[in-house]
Design a protein around this ligand. Sequence first.
Ligand code: ADP
Ligand code: MG
Length: 253
Amino acid sequence: MNIPRIELRAVGKSFAGSSGSITALEDVSFGVMPDEFVTVIGPSGSGKSTLLNMCAGLVEPDLGEILIDGQALPRRAGALGYMPQRDLLFPWRSVLDNAVLSLEIQGVSKAEARERARGMLVVFGLDGFEKEYPEALSGGMRQRAALLRTWLTGRQTLLLDEPFGALDAITRRNLQDWLLRVWSEHRRTILFITHDVEEAVYLSDRVLVMSARPGRVKGEIPVTLPRPRRRAMVADSEFVKLEAELLAEMGEG
Ligand code: ADP
Ligand code: MG
């Protein structure tokens, strides 16, 4: 039997605004299966970050429930690896010391945490840069360092909120290919947020489309492209067709 890593059942969430309550999410239901790469795409303000905050246990839903590995964990903060939108590295900590932060919070000793981080530096393309401070790194390296911090939580399921959103197009594509390689070699389950159609199709097994506020899942597109994904695929007719389907789904009211 296959239990979803994450399952949302009729989840709703409102916030108090200056002129009354704002419904951020309404009746959101979906699951993410083990080893799956699922992307949520939607316009700004459609509740994508709120969705991840709730999966991570930082915000509680008003309605519905969220199951992690089949269980409604009342205190699930820390059950998943979470890289929030605009995750920042501390400027006064080296790459290595930024990377080990999540382990330190978990109570792992500094020596042990550094040892584990060192073992992943090559995979994350940071070998030789571990003593550098964030200001000395390129944007792509900073994002990889922040991803390494999330990775080192050791959690099977990772929540990534627009991790490549602020990068230039070429760096972004390099990191997409890198992430797919790491994901296929070290299987994890990923729930990924983006507002970029090409990125969603290129990375995912499945794309969920959110409506504008209140955020609902208004469509789901299975990405039938073979793996491993290759950059040249973006020009294939199947890829272009999926992008068009996704755009149409996003465009409909
Ligand atoms: P997205 O990530 O898709 O851009 P968000 O989840 O950040 O969307 O926000 C969805 C809506 O919920 C927005 O209208 C936002 O202003 C509101 N919102 C999010 N978090 C809070 C909060 N802590 N307090 C009040 N309103 C919030
Ligand atoms: Mg957001």
